[in-house]
Design a protein around this ligand. Sequence first.
Ligand SMILES: *Cc1c(COP(=O)(O)O)cnc(C)c1O
Length: 435
Amino acid sequence: MSAFSLDSQYINIDKIESIPYHRLAGSVPTPFYAYSATQIKTDFAALKRALPQGIEYFYSLKANPNKTLVALLHQSGAGCEVCSLAELEIALRQGVAPSDIIFVGPGKHIEELTQCCLAGIKAVVVESIEEMILLNEIAASLGVTQRIALRINPDFTGAKAKLVMSGKSRQFGIDEQLLPQAFATLRELAQLNLTGIHVYLGTRILDWQALADNTQNILTLAARLQRTYNLELDFVDVGGGFGVRYFDKEQALDLSALGDALLPLVNDYRQRFPRCTIVIELGRFLIARAGIFVTRVNYLKPSRNEWFAVCDGGANCHGSAAGINALVRRNFPMARLGPARDGDQHRYQVTGPLCTPTDVLGENIMLAELRSGDLIGIGHSGAYGASASPVGFLSFGHPAEVLVENDQAYLIRTADSVETLLAPQVCQRLSLPNI
Ligand SMILES: *Cc1c(COP(=O)(O)O)cnc(C)c1O
């Protein structure tokens, strides 16, 4: 079975920026996540350089909501795509202008819609006719006009996406067939101002041709709606879904080919609609490669024919590496961190501290002899890490996070402690309303 052994292509095994991992591990408890500020900036700059000028980028906080990372991406020029009250608040407190924030999600509640209106964000991306009507009532009660974008579930499907979000019945967006009804309703809603169209077809796409085809389909749909309904739009959000290479047999997205393919589409669209900006929203692509998960080997133990390296952080901190939500578990890029060790390679099962056999970070990983106390790093872990993991399981809590730039390291999230984990557990008698 193929194993992802040492891979300088994904992981610098000695240090992150200019700090050796063992020095970080000397001041932050393992397990932890570490992010490279330079990598974040480099990845974003490469994207902007390759794709046509004038595209606006929005960072999807869902991928990693840490406020320091949000601020860094915002300073590099990204707007924010948020999906909850806390994500909205993170963006606003980091100084992101409301005009650079969009709010997406199929189940927005009254409080979220109210805060969107009070802040006056760039657009509430409405996902149903009922939501539109509710938002209009809220805006009216506050005496404001709120900008909206319509999220459309088009008749076509996204090509080559790992998760398909359109072209079939979905809780996301308004079906293309229902648009006449949506536009008719919208005409009656005086507090809403339609400024955008939003389509999100799927995610983890590595094929530039598929991304270009998706963009073409979305721009064609937008142009048709703009003509049919005589819309004056500020932006068309063509989604994103750019993938990152995790596994040996995958090919990284070819940004320059994508840029070449998008250029004529973007230019053609701009000529017809010069006032309208094209927006791309990305989570994984902007943050995944900058993060590494660092976990410590606590025990090395034989069982039958296998050696287990049992680590202090596993699926509870890094559910994606353990294959939670994946159809088939595959090894993420993984290495022992620190100076290379001589000697034969051995086969290891790298597991975590949970009392479940599914807590596996790496299967059949070939490494020079491991010792307890060693640090293991899992690369490409900046997106969908701790916040997408069952950190409450077995009450281990959320791990620490560190941002590194050159020879400086910043603690950007403390690890949960027993105190912070136990504090929300209360036992209070409820006084129930008479309804
Ligand atoms: C999850 C999501 C994103 C971010 O997806 P990535 O694959 O991380 O880029 C963007 N937009 C919407 C609507 C999403 O649901």
